[in-house]
Design a protein around this ligand. Structure first.
Ligand code: PEP
Ligand code: MG
Length: 764
């Protein structure tokens, strides 16, 4: 945008115009009157203050048409009778494309639609701007003049700013009346499709993880002070981007780094800064200037069809939001200590597991993220917290505001925004139905988990936090098959000292009582980063310095954890499981380190566990071909199918685009799993599986068909898994599966589904 303020005769008018419009809007809202009379006053004031003969407001109706709701200058009889069809005329075009239309001679424009009832034939110039809320067009604000007037960029921005304020009042029902507000809320209603990442249904209210700041103070008293605020905020923004880029943990991710680099370029763009400074000099607060320049730039960028610009638009949205948060002195909703509604549905572009754990869990119901997949760690934490969660919800952040009612259906992946009463009623039924099903599962809780043909199956839960412990009793699970110790580290801001770790592990063992607990040693790296541990930059963090690799290189961390575990389990059985073992010497080395700690305790006379079991996770394919060498070294093994599948298929578990591309029920994956079962039988080593796969009934059924007799899953999956097991003939399935594995290729899912249908196996 090139505005030469000095050369523009209208510049002097636009400055007081915005100020005066804002003041008049405030006064109008404070005066008594109904919605229609307020709207009439608003158009009168804008027309006067913008020196336009006409000012009109059109609002979008349910069928997409635009109805004239108020006008100053056009025939009053046309109000509520004139309707422009979807896309009709320049006003329709403005609404369809969500961009301003600025025409010095509107009648010459091919899209112009002449409506005699308005009496608009005498007007030439037209400026129309969309009335937008959260990316949805609610209507159009128009000014017209008799002269062939070229509206300036400032005029466009003044009108855009005015439309922004009008939109807020429209939504609240303060102008245009409750009927229109109801219709607007219907317009804002919508369904966004994503992919379920943690089962459940949540009815609640949106909280944006990175809250959008609503600018309430638009006009500044002291322009110099506002320029200083803007400058200081820009400096902080740049510094925070530099910091993020140099932070090893974040910079390692290739895509993430590209995005940050693009942000940095933007943040140093003089044009952007100059436009904001100009807006401040016109009398806006720094906050309002950021918002206005953002709206104007966004509008220009939206005109571009080029995907490159669409992406830059996201950068701009994000940067402007960051800048506004800095100006308002805010961070993320969790760190702001915001009081969450009791039915919070968190909405974020992206979120790490530690960020999710920052929130008050008792108030969370649902989670929606624009990225992420079911095997990502944030999804695992969402499951642990019992949240209904959906990932891959494209552009949802743009469409919602904090406080909006929403429903997350993590059965289908649908997110209903501002749902109608009918949708809420339908979902309330669905929730009741699910509750009935849960009651049915609870009734099964104390029954032994045995298949129809008498095979005993042990169902265990995956856990990682103290809040998970009550799930053991609630679900009727037989133990904790995987305790992800790193989650405790992720919710801590500093490295937990040995005594604190000991106390936590003791509480877990106490909580579990007689039920066994398998503690997995620290599995950091990949998408699990600890802010207080320096991590080198890596191109492929999932294949990088993580889990046992890190523990062996930094034995100090590992030893402290082992000491804490040994002390916590004094007099009781202790199971330690080592993650990401790729070769046998790694488990030998880990065992040697553990052995040394046991000796130390003995020397010091500190009470030790009554029994110590050490196991390996099988989650790296290399180990599949060394099972005979591995088994003699371990007391048990547990398949980590999340990582095993990611490495087997070379498909990043956290990348929604590829995570579901390959089926864990494919012949190749099932054969790999069978190798583990066979090696376990051969060596008399107990074999379990603790990836997300065990939590889906059809997958769990296949695992039993392969010979697994212990599987570990999220607590919510125990009931459905048990119901499946009670209706299954494991012997028949094993025979069918063996035949399928011998004769088929590709995914066996359809065959297994057919087996379950024919045999009456209960899958959910
Ligand atoms: C796995 O990889 O399957 C597993 C259970 O561990 P995590 O999901 O924590 O990597
Ligand atoms: Mg793993």
């Amino acid at each position: 945008m090139h505005t030469r303020r000095g050369d523009d005769p209208r510049t002097l008018q636009s400055e007081p115009a915005l100020r005066a419009i804002m003041r008049r809007l405030r006064e109008i809202m404070a005066e008594p009157g109904d919605g229609q009379s307020r709207l009439d006053k608003i158009v009168r004031q804008i027309s006067g203050l913008m020196v336009a003969e006409v000012c009109s407001i059109y609002l979008k109706r349910q069928d997409g048409s635009l109805e004239l709701f108020a006008t100053e200058g056009l025939n009053k009889e046309a109000v509520h009778s004139l309707r422009m069809m979807r896309g009709e005329g320049l006003v329709g075009r403005c609404a369809e494309m969500a961009v301003p239309v600025n025409e010095p001679d509107a009648k010459l424009h091919p899209a112009f639609s002449y409506r005699p009832e308005t009496g608009e034939e005498i007007y030439h110039s037209l400026l129309a701007v969309p009335i937008l809320r959260g990316g949805t067009v609610l209507g159009v604000l128009v000014i017209q003049n008799r002269t062939r007037r070229e509206y300036t960029d400032e005029d466009v921005e003044v009108l855009l700013t005015t439309a922004m304020v009008v939109a807020e009042h429209l939504v609240s029902g303060a102008v245009a009346g409750a009927g229109a507000a109801a219709e607007i809320s219907r317009a804002l209603t919508g369904v966004v499709r994503g992919e379920p990442i943690s089962d459940g249904i949540a009815l609640g209210h949106v909280v944006l993880h990175e809250p959008r700041v609503v600018v309430t103070k638009l006009l500044a008293e002291d322009a110099a002070a506002e320029l200083d605020r803007l400058e200081a905020a820009m400096q902080r923004l740049r510094a925070s981007l530099d910091e993020m880029l140099s932070a090893d943990s974040l910079a390692q991710a290739g895509d993430h780094r590209d995005v940050l680099e693009a942000y940095r370029m933007f943040a140093h763009d003089r044009g952007w800064v100059r436009r904001m400074e100009a807006a401040v000099r016109e009398g806006l607060t720094a906050d309002a200037a950021v918002e206005r320049v953002h709206n104007a730039t966004r509008t220009r960028m939206l005109r571009q069809n080029d995907p490159y610009w669409r992406e830059r638009l996201r950068d701009l949205d994000d940067l402007s939001a960051r800048l506004l948060r800095i100006l308002a002195g805010r961070t993320t909703a969790a760190r702001e200590g915001l009081v969450l509604p009791i039915d919070t549905i968190l909405v974020a572009r992206t979120m790490g597991p530690a960020e999710l754990l920052d929130y008050d869990r008792s108030r969370l119901r649902g989670l929606v993220i624009e990225e992420g997949s079911g095997q990502s760690h944030v999804a695992i934490v969402a499951k642990a917290l019992g949240l209904a969660a959906v990932g891959q919800a494209k552009a949802i952040v743009e469409r919602v505001s904090t406080g909006d009612p929403a429903i997350v259906d993590a059965e289908t992946g649908d997110i209903h925004l501002r749902p109608s009463a009918e949708v809420v009623a339908a979902y309330s039924d669905k929730v009741r139905f699910r509750a009935r099903r849960q009651r049915r599962y609870r009734a099964l809780r104390d029954l032994p988990t045995v298949t129809k043909d008498g095979a005993r199956i042990a169902l265990q839960i995956n856990a990682g936090l103290l809040v998970d412990i009550p799930h053991l009793a609630e679900s009727g699970a037989e133990g904790i098959g995987l305790f992800r110790t790193e989650l405790q580290f992720m919710i801590s801001s500093t490295f937990p000292r040995r005594d604190r770790q000991t106390e936590t592990y003791r509480q877990i063992l106490d909580g579990a009582g007689a039920k066994p607990v398998v503690f997995r040693s620290l599995d950091i790296g990949g998408d699990k980063v600890l802010p207080y541990i320096r991590h080198p930059k890596e191109e492929n963090p999932a294949l990088g310095w993580r889990a046992i690799r890190m523990s062996l290189d930094r034995p100090g961390l590992f030893r402290t954890q082992v000491q804490a575990l040994l002390r916590a389990a004094a007099g009781r059985e202790l199971s330690i499981m080592i993650p990401m073992v790729s070769v046998v010497p790694e488990i030998e080395a880990a065992k040697a380190l553990i052995g040394r700690e046991v000796e130390q305790l003995q020397k010091r006379g500190v009470p030790r566990p009554s029994k110590l079991r050490i196991g390996a996770m099988i989650e790296v394919p290399s180990l599949l071909y060394e099972l005979d060498s591995l088994m003699p070294h371990v007391d048990f093994v547990s398949v980590g199918s999340n990582d095993l599948m990611q490495f087997l298929f070379a498909a990043d578990r956290a990348n929604g685009r590829v995570a579901h591309r390959y089926d864990p029920l494919s012949v190749c994956a099932l054969r790999a799993l069978k190798l583990v079962v066979q090696a376990g039988l051969k060596h008399g080593v107990p074999v379990t599986l603790c990836g997300e796969m065990a939590g889906r009934t059809i997958e769990a059924m296949a695992l039993i068909g392969l010979g697994f007799r212990t599987i570990s899953m999220s607590p919510a999956s125990i009931g459905p898994a048990k119901s499946m097991i009670l209706s299954l003939d494991a012997g028949r399935l094993a025979a069918v599966l063996e035949e399928l594995l011998r004769t088929k290729s590709g995914s066996l899912r359809p065959h297994l589904q057919e087996f379950a249908r024919a045999e009456g196996v209960e899958l959910s």
